[in-house]
Design a protein around this ligand. Structure first.
Ligand code: NAG
Ligand code: CU
Length: 232
């Protein structure tokens, strides 16, 4: 009984892929792929399943092709991504930022190397029960606050949702990614980002938050992969 309901849940999720296509800032939505780099999964909505893939950086269709616009934002405000169509699978939501190296722009920077720090992660409710849920479940828009204490400059903002419904075997986690180009002002510049990580590189296929059995026996803890969240 328990096993079959788990299988049904997993099967129901199979067509529920998604992608992050545009930003909303101060109530203004960009066009699709205007501030967000065009992703490989724009039609398929399919995930990255190999954490060592070059697609882990920004899932770009044509790496080296910038989004037409860089979004200007004030530190402390929220940036949202619109989800096409909604976060259809269970799992954690993460946001990372990478400061663009000097001499480059958010449009030119490829996001490679140890440049990323995490600014948001969420955790599940209902651990130890058969109804574990994450806050992003079913959302058609996901939002993050840009830290007030960040250093001003151009950044890539990487949204990542890790779907765990098939994650009980290696390569079964489904990773959905987009990157927006930001120009951030108004930050106080005191943020300690901690150690910077690279994508690919930050995750291993066997990290406990990537190789994860969601259904049965019911998990009692979840450990988000990647570094701790950098806080002001
Ligand atoms: C801003 O983003 C944070 C996550 O960093 C979220 O908890 C909060 O609800 C968002 N606020 C708005 C108004 O969307
Ligand atoms: Cu899917």
């Amino acid at each position: 009984m328990k096993l079959s309901s788990s299988l049904l849940l997993a099967a129901a999720g199979a067509n529920a892929h998604y992608t992050f296509t545009k930003t909303i800032y101060n109530g203004a939505a960009s066009a699709e792929w205007e501030t967000v780099r065009l992703t490989e999964n724009r039609y398929s909505h399919g995930p990255v399943t190999d954490v060592n893939s070059a697609m882990m950086t920004c899932y770009e269709l044509s790496p080296g092709t910038p989004a037409p616009k860089t979004l200007s934002v004030t530190a402390g405000n929220n940036v949202s991504f619109v989800v096409d169509t909604s976060v259809g699978h269970p799992g954690p939501l993460h946001f990372y930022l990478a400061k663009v190296p000097s001499g480059q722009t958010a449009a030119s920077f490829n996001g490679k190397g140890a440049v990323w720090f995490k600014i948001y992660q969420d955790g599940p409710s209902g651990l130890g029960t058969q109804s574990i849920t994450w806050p992003s479940a079913g959302k058609s828009e996901v939002s993050v606050q840009i830290p007030r204490c960040i250093a001003n400059g151009e950044y890539l903002l990487r949204v990542e949702h890790i779907a765990l419904h098939g994650a009980a075997s290696v390569g079964g986690a489904q990773i959905y990614i987009s990157c927006a180009q930001l120009s951030i002002s108004g930050g106080t510049g005191t943020l300690n980002t901690g150690s910077l990580v690279s994508f690919p590189g930050a995750y291993k296929a066997t990290d406990p938050g990537i190789l994860f059995q969601l259904y049965w026996p019911t998990p009692t803890s979840y450990i988000n992969p990647g570094p701790a969240v950098a806080k002001c």
